[in-house]
Design a protein around this ligand. Sequence first.
Ligand SMILES: O=C[C@H](O)[C@H](O)[C@H](O)COP(=O)(O)O
Length: 220
Amino acid sequence: MTEAKRQAAEKAIEYVEDGMIVGVGTGSTVAYFIDALGRIGDRIKGAVSSSEQSTQRLRALGIEVLDLNSTGPLSLYVDGADECDPHKRLIKGGGAALTREKIIAEASEKFVCIVDPAKQVDVLGRFPLPVEVIPMARSLVARELLAITRAQPVWRQDAEGRGVVTDNGNAILDVHGLAITDPVALEQAINQIPGVVSVGLFARRPADVVIVGGEPPRVL
Ligand SMILES: O=C[C@H](O)[C@H](O)[C@H](O)COP(=O)(O)O
């Protein structure tokens, strides 16, 4: 799938216009996009980044990383996804960057999502749904998620068995075993739980364009 990720990322460069400030997501697919952006770095004004990981990669290529508070609305956001349904609704947050990703998606006029074919599903939920939570609310939110979804939330751990800490200093719960029939309603319901920072369901604000890697890439 590596080649498909690269193909989707290269195609997304066609959406970048001279003088733009580009919103940049996180993950292995976006890494290819950042590399491609590096080749045209002198044509853009800079980027707004959704994670420390992407910030480092952008800066290493000489791309200025700007604060969203100073840029105003963005014309373009490019990001990957963990799952994508036929309505361009997404599950994101496999890399724990969902909150900043959601902020930038909301601030952007056009959200171009770049995926490999394995990310396409008919019904969202096979990929565990990430929820970023304030640390003290972790158990409370887990109980409420179980009550709402009847599916099991799992506290995300790193390879050493420590709780993953997001760039915002929070924890991640992954909800396993969902088949999400009404993504907008579920996104709203999870957002109502005290202690939830954000949920990795992008249904209220889906992608505008999805590029599926392949030869040639498919633009949906
Ligand atoms: O938190 C991470 C993001 O939502 C990523 O965009 C998502 O996990 C997809 O990542 P990848 O391109 O590595 O599959």
